[in-house]
Ligand binder design. Structure first.
Ligand code: GDG
Length: 746
């Protein structure tokens, strides 16, 4: 089957322009566009990707639906690199969705400008509707086997919406802007933030530029949705989602070759000569308060003040690309920039020298590359930036390895470009000193720094970035495929029954709550009923069977319920055990001196969370919150985990999260070690272990891979198989008993 890539971003990567009755596609500027376009251009030359159909790009077009349909009749909606599929969002909705929720709510918040963020209901309502329009479009064109790659903060809900209709599709999501710390993300109204995060978890793979963004996202998922992760794999009740870093890059060779282009070199000379060969500082940014332009200009002013000898010997070329200027904060920023430029030029300029040359318009590629080549210093100081491609492009363009990059430590690119002069974008003094240092930096040092950065950018270019993301998505799907066949279907069940029937001796290890009995509101309500007791009795009365009930329950409860059955018992997650007809023993010698301190913490949380309660056992303590208010219980459970993890570093206990319960137990105790008591005593020809939560994972680990470990529910597990529901366990056990009865009758 041919695989086709479907890219989805808010806008199509082209402006559609009508000329002489024909459609012309003009590539639009912007990080995402330049990266994907280069990737697609290059991928056409690679044999392993040639099997891929031309990618399809879905996004809004910059013409109305009516106009587009007219143009479409005369033009072909196929571009050299992609097939294009436009989405039409009614203008009023687009305004609330794009200028509203995207750029007046998410953008400021995710760039650490919370006071700029607005939260009117209509923004979010329109954001949901616009995401639904995108979803309908994708569903119309989707073919099985297609790979869906959703881009950026405009479409946070889309993966979740698509997942409802396409349960098996490969869906990737990449965020181009920072993911903020939990303290900022939580400022989004509760209902929206849950929807946004659940939307993202509709993807199989979620990518960010840096490790910090990944950590922030994982914390928000843990705190808001309650899903934990193991090595960046989040387990939700029915699927798993991988989260990873993919620092976006540039088409290195395109920029690195620029200095061999005659026209680009002549652009460079025009700039140099026009500025009378003084030293040149440049910056290139979209108009945006997050790009730190105001602070940067103030720092440049401070530099001119502090270093008067540099005056008249240096000019700052400030290129600002028009963007979102109908949004108030953007228009205000533009005004502020223009005010500062004229103030600085008025204050320091002379008849023969203008300190700042300001342009508010885009340049074509050759002019842009010429500017990079003309620069002695690139001054890139965003307050926050997901990555910042301009910094990377500047370094790549300088084949002569000259020029100095001053970069804000708050740009994602700073994690990869450590040889730049890194500055705090709010610190005027530091930036002014960095400018002076750069202007005086010896050539050898410039070359040394740039060589190292170029090497890194050459090795991980935009092509590698996209390939890396798509390969990981592919691998994730393969893993999920494997996980899928883990459900105990009829074939596997027959295999289990056959092995069971043939076995001379069998070990059957069973968890209790959530496995043999459904989870009840209060622990004492989960009493085994007559049917279950008779099932266990029959199972254990077969002399070939060694049945062990391995539970987190205390000794007295298990003794009370099962003491009169011919069955082995393990209590408190493995702390105590009792062999058939023997007495209770402690598995390992551990002490409980941590309990009193932990108990104090648990009692405090019980007081702060009505409905929650503490269950005390000999070597463990459990804080149950299933009867507490849903939101408060959850919130307190997160706080409790944090408090316990902190004190567990100096006390001898571990913290385990179960189903609406936080358990603490002595270190060195687990169900796996307890199961080993039986596993070591004999060679069994059939082993079955069933459990439903995290504490059972230790049990699954000690069961040999050729035997049967089964986790109840669909969470990712080290078990060999999964059963969907607790009642399926009872059905399976009945089948085992009946098969041996059948055998006896035969
Ligand atoms: C978002 C994130 C992240 C700019 N002006 C002109 C021009 N450009 C090109 C640059 C560069 C791109 O646009 C700008 O990319 P940035 O990364 O600097 O910033 P954003 O547009 O804000 O992009 C950002 C990026 O997504 C990728 O994930 O790095 O953090 O905010 O490629 O060269 N190109 C031309 N003329 C211009 O006047 N030809």
């Amino acid at each position: 089957m041919k695989k086709r890539l479907i890219l989805i971003s808010n806008r199509l990567p082209f402006n559609i322009i009508e000329k002489d009755g024909k459609i012309d596609f003009v590539p639009s500027a912007g990080g995402l566009v330049s990266s994907i376009k280069s990737y697609v251009e290059k991928s056409k030359t690679l044999t392993d990707l040639s099997a891929i159909e031309p990618p399809l790009w879905i996004g809004t077009a910059d013409v109305s639906e009516e106009r587009f349909m007219k143009l479409h009749e005369t033009g072909n909606l196929y571009h050299d690199d992609f097939e294009l599929s436009p989405v039409f969002i009614p203008p009023a909705m687009y305004d609330k969705y794009y200028n509203g929720f995207c750029n007046d709510t998410i953008w400021p918040l995710f760039h650490y400008f919370p006071s700029y963020a607005k939260f009117p209901d209509e923004y979010f309502t329109n954001y949901v509707q616009a995401n639904n329009i995108f979803c309908d479009k994708v569903l119309k064109v989707y073919k099985p086997g297609d790979i869906i790659w959703v881009h950026d903060y405009h479409l946070l809900l889309l993966p979740g919406l698509l997942r409802k209709h396409l349960p098996d599709a490969a869906i990737g999501f990449f965020l181009h802007i920072p993911f903020p710390s939990f303290e900022l993300f939580r400022l989004i109204p509760s209902k929206w933030r849950k929807e946004l995060l659940s939307g993202l978890l509709g993807a199989d793979l979620v990518g960010f530029h840096t490790n910090d963004y990944v950590q922030h996202f994982l914390k928000s998922i843990r705190e808001i949705l309650g899903y934990d992760n193991t090595l960046r794999v989040i387990s939700t009740p029915d699927r798993s989602v991988t989260v990873d870093t993919f620092p976006i890059s540039i088409d290195f060779s395109k920029f690195n070759k620029a200095s061999t282009d005659v026209q680009i070199c002549s652009e460079k000379s025009i700039i140099k000569e026009g500025l009378h060969n003084v030293k040149v500082i440049i910056s290139v940014d979209r108009l945006d308060y997050a790009k730190g332009l105001v602070n940067r200009l103030e720092s440049f002013e401070f530099f001119l003040e502090k270093y008067p000898l540099h005056r008249a010997n240096v000019t700052y070329v400030l290129l600002v690309v028009p963007s979102r200027d109908i949004i108030t904060k953007y228009a205000e920023t533009k005004k502020e920039i223009e005010g500062l430029v004229s103030r600085i030029n008025g204050k320091y300029g002379t008849l023969g020298w203008t300190p700042i040359i300001y342009q508010y318009k885009p340049l074509d590629f050759k002019k842009l590359a010429g500017l990079y080549l003309a620069a002695d210093v690139a001054l890139i100081t965003p307050m926050r930036d997901g990555m910042n491609l301009v910094a990377k492009e500047f370094i790549a363009t300088r084949a002569d390895k000259r020029g100095v990059l001053i970069l804000a430590e708050t740009a994602g690119a700073s994690s990869e470009l450590g040889e730049a002069i890194l500055v705090n974008p709010t610190d005027h003094q530091e930036i002014a000193d960095a400018i002076a240092l750069s202007l005086d930096m010896p050539i050898e040092e410039q070359i040394k720094r740039n060589e190292t950065m170029q090497q890194r950018l050459r090795e991980y270019d935009v092509m590698k970035w996209a390939e890396d993301f798509l390969t990981q998505l592919d691998q994730k799907k393969l893993k999920q495929e494997k996980l899928k066949v883990k459900i105990v279907n009829e074939v596997i069940q027959n295999q289990i029954l056959e092995r069971y029937e043939k076995a001379a001796n069998r070990l059957i290890l069973l968890d209790y709550d959530g496995t043999l009995a459904p989870i009840a509101a209060l622990p004492h309500l989960a009493i085994p009923d007559a049917e279950l007791l008779s099932l266990i009795k029959m199972l254990s009365s077969d002399e070939k069977n060694e049945v062990v009930l391995i539970s987190g329950r205390p000794v007295n409860v298990l003794e009370n319920w099962f003491g009169n059955l011919n069955v082995n018992l393990v209590a408190e997650h493995g702390a105590f055990y009792k062999k058939r007809d023997a007495r209770w023993l402690q598995t390992v010698q551990v002490n409980a001196d941590w309990k009193s301190e932990v108990m104090q913490v648990l009692q405090l949380f019980t007081e702060r969370c009505p409905g929650s309660f503490v269950e005390e056992k000999a070597l463990s303590l459990a804080w149950h919150y299933r009867n507490a208010g849903k939101d408060l219980g959850f919130l307190r459970s997160r706080e409790l985990i944090n408090s316990l993890v902190e004190i567990s570093s100096h006390l001898n206990f571990q913290v385990i999260e179960g189903n609406k319960v936080i358990e603490t137990r002595a270190r060195g105790v687990d169900k796996g070690s307890a199961a080993s008591i039986w596993l070591k005593q004999k060679k069994y020809s059939f082993i079955l272990g069933i459990g439903d939560d995290k504490t059972d994972e230790d049990l699954f680990r000690v069961i040999p891979p050729t035997e049967y470990s089964i986790r109840v529910g669909l969470a990712q597990s080290v078990s060999r198989f999964n059963l969907k529901h607790q009642k399926d366990v009872i059905a399976l056990l009945h089948k085992l008993i009946n098969s041996s009865v059948d055998l006896l009758i035969d």
